[in-house]
Structures are given as C-alpha cells and as structure tokens.
Design a protein around this ligand. Sequence first.
Ligand code: FAD
Length: 292
Amino acid sequence: MNTNRNIGDKFKSEKTVFSVEFFPPKTEEGARQILRTAKKLQSLSPDYASITYGAGGSTRERTLEYGELLHDIFDFEMMPHLTCFGHSKDEIASILERFASSGFKNIMALRGDPPKGETTFIPHPDGFKHANELIEFIRKNYSDFGIGCAGYPEKHPEAKTLDDDIDNLKRKIDAGADFIVTQMFFENSHFYNFVEKCRNVGIDKPIIAGLLPALSLKQVMNFKNMCSTEIPEKLVEKLANAPEADGSKIGLEWAQAQIEDLMSRKIAKGIHLYILNRAESALTLSHLIREK
Ligand code: FAD
C-alpha cells in the first residue's frame, strides 16, 4: 500500500480543505454502494476522506479494510476513525500498530458512544475513559501521525454546558490533537459561536465544519434526538411540506446556503461532508468549496 500523508499539513494552506466521510458497509449491497460512490468521487479528489469506526464493536475490521481499499484503489488520502469503546489499552496499541503498518498516517481519535440501547458510556476496565487519553497515547507512540478530534458546536449531549465541553475539548488539543472536526449543525451561528469560544480559551488549531446534507425530515429528527442538534423551524417546514422524494433536494439547497455563508466568512479551515456513502451531495456541493 502507498503511504498516506499527514493531513494536518493541508490546513496550513489558505484554501478551504474539502473532505468527505464514509462508513464501512455491513451488507453486500452496501459494499457495492461505497465502491460505486468512491468511483464517482475520485475525479473530485477530496483533500482527504475519513471512515468511521463501528459503534460498540460493529464493523471494526471493515474500517481498516475499506480504509485500505479507498486508498489503494481510488487514491484517497484516508483518515480512519478509532474509538476507545470496548478496548483495553493493549488492544488499542495493536490496532494502532495495524493502522500504521497499513500505511495510515492520520487518525480521528474518539471516545465512542455506548452500544445501541445503552445510555451510559462504561469504559473498558483497562482502557481509556475519554478521547484526550487516547490522543495522548497516540501522540506518545506515533509522533508523526495527524490526529483529529471531535468538537460539538451545540455541546456534547453529556456535557452540562458548552463552556464545560470546550474546556474538555482543550484537553484533547493539549494532549496533541492537530485539528477539530465538528458534529453536524444546520444553523451556522452555532459554529461561529463555538469557534469564538474555542479561540477565547486558547484553542488555536484548525476547526473543520461538519455538514450533513439532509435527506428527509425523519432522518434529521433522528439526528436531533441522538445528537441534540437544532433543526431550524424553516428546514423542518420545508422538509415537512415537500414530497418525500424531494427531501434530498431541500437538504442540498440548505447545505449549499450554509456553505456559501461559511465560505464568505472564512472562519472554517475546512468543510467536511457527511455523505453517508452517497455521491450526490459531494458532486453537487464540492465546487462551492473548491472555487474560492
Ligand atoms: P470525549 O472527548 O471523551 O467527550 C465525551 C464527553 O465527556 C463530553 O461530554 C465531554 O465534555 C466529556 N469529557 C471529555 N473529556 C473529559 C475528561 N477528561 N474528564 C471529564 N469529562 C470529559 N462514534 C463512533 O462510534 N465511531 C465513529 O467513527 C465516530 N465518528 C465521529 C466523528 C465526528 C466528527 C464526531 C463529532 C463524532 C463521532 N462519533 C463517532 C461519535 C462520538 O464517539 C460520540 O459523540 C461520543 O459520545 C464522544 O466522543 P468524543 O471523542 O467527543 O469523547
């Protein structure tokens, strides 16, 4: 496998970094879909692509497998995600060893969520409690890795306040994270407020805006419940009043307006699209990010 490069360097340029997020497929049809999408996006050459790590133990092997495929076949600069959930420190060490020997140079380092149906995160008895501990471990053992961490413009659901959450985000930066990718948001003012608060506590690393072009009202309401993301009334109305088949068109128009506003303010160092293994949103929106 060719070696990926540290994507932290990409944020040094004046240009807005464009990235997309895949998830590892669970079925044969899903496998065909991710490969079809990767082929369609190849000519866009995103600055990097990330691939998620299965919540609560599912699809973990496939993060590595599909991360390798997307790099080897389609030449994407890949950043696999890694979560602490369910792993001892020794297991994390051997997963990192496998990532490194497969040529990966970037990791999105996360705590992870509890498995479906459970509400409290219970750390492995010999594992890490929070993402900052994982980041410290990666930085100590793989000093040349690019490390991304998660930020929450509307606060993480477990945090009491946004300020508390940002103090905890600072721990991740102090532990060695190179950049922050945000949870999805549909109202840009949350992002601007978040960036300002981060800068006020001395977080000076690049902050990448994570955007999800919505597909349907049902989908955004699920995200609202899972991530406490505000769904603006106007977006709810548009999705509620449109035929179901037009949901993705409305989602694309909404995301387009968000991107145009983000690009005009030049606060986000990058825009990361949660594409859900579909090509349409990146094909429609990437030129808005790339043009400037
Ligand atoms: P942490 O940074 O550990 O934060 C979790 C909570 O603990 C927060 O409320 C925080 O304020 C608090 N906290 C943090 N550090 C401390 C500390 N030292 N002491 C006390 N409190 C602390 N999940 C997956 O399973 N797989 C994925 O691939 C995946 N990718 C994601 C990508 C992005 C961009 C984002 C935003 C989220 C992703 N998630 C993924 C979801 C993520 O795992 C959950 O949001 C999880 O609940 C928190 O992960 P974290 O890394 O932010 O945790």
